[in-house]
Design a protein around this ligand. Structure first.
Ligand code: AMP
Length: 116
């Protein structure tokens, strides 16, 4: 069940602001409010979906392709394609997901530490 009051839903409805990096028809990218690296951008699809799995189940192919191409467009825009980056999506309780609207973290700008 999608929570219409989650913080990213509020950002999409423009009820609260975000520090926008990129936007198109299907997706919105903005800087994380509590960055874990010099570059920490979040990417979200514009329609209600809770997790990566839920996004893939609900979205049509055009939307899925567009979202992941937009992730790459942001990587190019941030000029981190060569230096490197880490993509993360936390999903559900065991994945440590805090905001229940599917999102991808783009971490870069410095060497990102090991996962454990
Ligand atoms: P996750 O644990 O994968 O659900 O990550 C949620 C992320 O959202 C965290 O990195 C938070 O710092 C970030 N976050 C929460 N509220 C905001 C906000 N209003 N603007 C930007 N990022 C946010």
């Amino acid at each position: 069940m999608y929570d219409e009051n989650n913080i990213f839903a509020k950002i999409l409805r423009k009820e609260i602001p975000c520090d926008k990096v990129y936007e198109d028809e299907f997706s919105l990218f903005f800087n994380d409010i509590n960055p874990q690296a010099k570059i920490h951008v979040l990417g979200i699809p514009k329609f209600p979906c809770t997790t990566f799995s839920n996004f893939l189940k609900k979205a049509d192919n055009e939307n899925i392709t567009s979202f992941f191409k937009s992730v790459h467009n942001v990587i190019i825009k941030l000029k981190i394609e060569e230096s490197g980056y880490r993509l993360i999506t936390n999903s559900g309780v065991d994945g440590g997901q805090e905001v229940p609207h599917f999102h991808i973290h783009i971490l870069a700008g410095e060497k990102i530490g090991s996962l454990r």
